[in-house]
Design a protein around this ligand. Structure first.
Ligand SMILES: *Cc1c(COP(=O)(O)O)cnc(C)c1O
Length: 395
């Protein structure tokens, strides 16, 4: 087993070799169709990861002024940076305009009027895409669905004509095109096929080309394999982009953009945590770890299931509930999972934690923030991490 002596647990471990392979695969598959990629910073904003992504020429996708400042500080070019979000403050809009970012993805008629007013005051022309809520079911967990009528995101098609008219009438707005993002952790082609159909229809119905629209941003959402991170470490970007290449029917030249988050960084991250106690309950046995919802919120927030491995024990399997230390009943990583017989001091690897893991960490219960460690070479599984690879590369 890897010797983690002297490293304070819990900590995040990033496999930079896998990240490199993933970024190359995504870039190659997108380039085959001339598609443009942006990275959704909210998935993981660790500096080391951002700089690798930026080095691959992928642009930034931000959902707050803080993310925008993080992206620019990490070296992303404003010219490839996009900014979405239903609640952009005036300060955030001004900051985006000052930095001349590529495009503001506007989520309401109300916001559009504010952007137009602020740009006019600043003597600027704001590049704006309209985020449309297409009413497409992402068939994912309801807490990470964003493209349904009941979701707060985007402009309803019934309001789209009004938004287009405002764009056409305002000299401080340059209309770029349409933006969509239907949800996250989408694992089948169905929702993306439905999105293509809806985009084709809306583009024609609202004569987007005649309004000067030459840009289509389809958001992110491509899922990863949480059940089998070793068998399926790099998402199938080729098939993903092929869906759009085969099904989008747009008149004229339109530059097509995607904003990938989870699929780029999800599999390269592992949360390493130490077992504090193995506690006998009435009908179950609890493995209590030193990481909890404060380090990895996804299970508590939307019942996400991450693969858990015991790095120390090869003993015959037993059934456990793996739980964190926080004073919340939802602080549970896994219920009734099979793990090798586990004892105090064992290290567990919680896999596929690269996206929406560290970036969502909380100071709740006055917890200290977990550190991040990076390696340069390949780690196919945490068990394969060798001390030589790992130790010199602490940052
Ligand atoms: C979160 C988000 C993304 C990325 O989603 P993934 O499922 O991680 O690929 C893309 N675009 C917008 C607008 C988002 O909010």
């Amino acid at each position: 087993m890897q010797d983690y002596t002297g490293i304070e647990t819990p900590f995040y471990l990033y496999d930079m070799g896998l990240l490199e392979r993933t970024l190359s695969a995504a870039n190659e598959s997108a380039a085959a169709h001339g598609y443009h990629l942006h990275y959704a910073i909210k998935a993981n904003h660790e500096r080391e990861i951002l700089s690798r992504i930026n080095a691959h020429g992928i642009g930034a996708d931000c959902v707050s002024g803080g993310e925008l400042s993080t992206a620019l500080y990490a070296g992303f070019s404003p010219g490839t940076t996009v900014f979405a979000g239903v609640g952009k403050s005036d300060e955030e809009i001004v900051y985006a305009l000052e930095n001349n970012i590529y495009c503001l993805n506007c989520e309401s008629v109300e916001e559009l009027e504010v952007i137009a007013g602020l740009a006019r005051q600043m003597g600027k022309v704001a590049r704006v895409a309209l985020r449309v809520n297409p009413g497409v079911d992402a068939h994912t967990h309801h807490h990470i669905t964003t493209g349904l009528e009941e979701n707060k995101f985007g402009i309803q098609p019934a309001q789209l004509q009004k938004a287009l008219d405002i764009c056409a009438a305002s000299e401080s707005i340059r209309f770029m095109g349409l933006h969509f993002h239907i949800g996250s952790q989408i694992t089948g082609p169905g929702p993306f096929l439905a999105l293509c159909d809806r985009v084709n229809q809306l583009w024609r119905e609202f004569r987007i080309q005649e309004y000067g629209g030459r840009m289509l941003n389809l958001g992110g959402g491509l899922g990863i394999n949480y059940a089998d991170p070793d068998g399926d470490p790099v998402p199938d970007f080729e098939s993903f982009f092929a869906i759009f290449a085969q099904n989008l029917r747009l008149p004229g030249a339109v530059s097509v953009h995607f904003e990938l988050g989870r699929s780029l960084v999800g599999q390269c991250g592992t949360l390493i945590t130490k077992v504090l106690y193995v506690k006998e309950g009435v009908n179950k046995t609890f493995v209590i770890t030193d990481a909890g919802m404060t380090e990895l919120l996804r299970p508590a927030l939307y019942q996400a299931v991450h693969k858990i491995e015991n790095l120390a024990s090869k003993s015959p399997a037993r059934c456990y509930d793996v739980v964190g230390p926080a004073c919340e009943s939802t602080d549970v990583f896994a219920s009734q999972v099979s793990l090798p017989a586990t004892t105090r001091g064992d290290l567990l690897a919680i896999r596929s934690a690269g996206a929406y893991g560290q970036s969502m960490s909380l100071r709740y219960n006055q917890r200290r923030q977990a550190q991040a460690y990076f390696n340069r070479e390949e780690i196919t599984s945490p068990e394969n991490v060798s001390a030589e690879l790992f130790l010199p590369d602490f940052v």
